[in-house]
Design a protein around this ligand. Structure first.
Ligand code: BG6
Length: 342
């Protein structure tokens, strides 16, 4: 962690909602970000004009064990309910700590925080693997065989290091490093997502570029595989898709706000796109009935092929978010420039 102080420096440790500990990162030009130790959860990312880029529900419950609704929850060691664990795994509802042994810090970094999560005794009991499978099928087989023979369970010990950095231009970088620390020689397997809730003016005015023509698994149709047709993706109803093997850059164009989010990712081949729309919004206690109009989740993820780590091995997955002004409504923006430019 960089220098922490009670003054408004680049890294401020303070209390958030319900007295939960959080860190506020600030850059000189005025951008900021907030990270809760609960879940290592990003709950705010503001540009230099103080405008919020992330969506957090007005009904979000900042109280363990419920994960905070909005911002950037971390889905680990399991994305969704595709496996034996609770939906989206347990990292998002554990209390993380400051990492006292962080990876080397690049020169000139000021506004960043290093957090770490290690398994508790209870986590070791619930996350167990007999095989180091590499697909969703083997993930499930692991569960079934484990359930049949609990005496043979192999527990998965890990260190999960997360660095959150706010760059000088207000870009937000999240880097996860997950290491297998098993001492019994056994590999373990996990799936992962940065479940990023972007704040948008009106979901009907949003386009996503970079996922067209790709294959996806449709969560609304038993995860059947389809190929995206047509041009950019727009929204007229509920969507819950896992796009497979996507490019490393995805652009989300907000027509009304005239701004474009750019997601760059590394080590995370898939991308999940989710909006619950009206019916599911009403069914969620921690989400306002109309809030679906003002959010879109685009999540850098590793879902289709689970990641397997042998003891001593480390995996790295990175998501970088930036915002560029756009004038798409006047037809001036060339999405290819956003996607393929530096
Ligand atoms: C998305 C999933 O990532 O998260 C959806 O694709 C899920 O299927 C959504 O409904 C929200 O999940 P949760 O557990 O935060 O309500």
């Amino acid at each position: 962690m960089a220098a922490a102080s009670s003054e408004k420096g680049p890294v401020e440790l303070c209390k958030g909602i319900n007295g939960l500990d959080k860190v506020v990162l600030r850059e000189v030009r005025g951008s900021s970000a907030e990270v809760y130790f609960y879940g290592a959860h990003l709950t705010s990312w503001k540009n230099e004009h103080g405008e919020e880029m992330l969506f957090v529900s007005s009904k979000a419950i900042f109280k363990p064990p419920k994960a905070i609704r909005g911002g950037i929850p971390i889905c680990f060691p399991q994305f969704s309910n595709l496996g034996p664990l609770e939906q989206h795994g347990f990292a998002r509802n554990r209390v993380w700590t400051a990492d006292k042994d962080p990876p080397p810090v690049p020169p000139n970094s000021r506004a960043f925080i290093d957090l770490i999560l290690k398994p508790s005794e209870d986590d070791l009991k619930i996350w167990s693997h007999r095989f180091g499978g590499c697909t969703l099928i083997t993930f499930w087989l692991t569960f079934i065989f484990s359930a049949l023979s609990f005496s043979d369970l192999v527990f998965s010990s890990y260190e999960f290091r997360l660095r959150v950095t706010l760059g000088p231009a207000g870009d937000l970088m999240l880097t996860s490093r997950i290491r297998n620390t098993n001492t019994d020689g056994k590999p373990f397997t996990f799936t992962f997502a940065y479940h990023t809730y972007l704040s948008v003016s009106d979901i009907c005015e949003v386009r996503v570029e970079g996922l067209e023509t790709l294959d996806y698994l449709d969560n609304l149709q038993n995860r059947e595989r389809f190929t995206e047709q047509g041009d950019a993706i727009t929204f007229e109803g509920e969507v819950d898709k896992i796009y497979l093997s996507t490019p490393t850059k995805i652009a989300i164009l907000d027509h009304e706000k005239k701004r474009t989010f750019v997601i760059r990712k590394d080590g995370l081949p898939d991308a999940v796109v989710w909006n619950p729309w009206d019916k599911k919004a009403k069914a969620m206690a921690d989400f306002g009935d109309d809030e679906y109009k003002h959010m879109l989740c685009v999540e850098a993820a590793a879902v289709e092929k689970a990641i397997t780590l042998k003891p001593g091995e480390e995996w790295r997955g990175r998501q970088e978010l930036s915002v560029v002004p756009s004038s798409y409504c006047s037809g001036q923006l060339d999405p290819q420039k956003v996607l393929h430019g530096s």
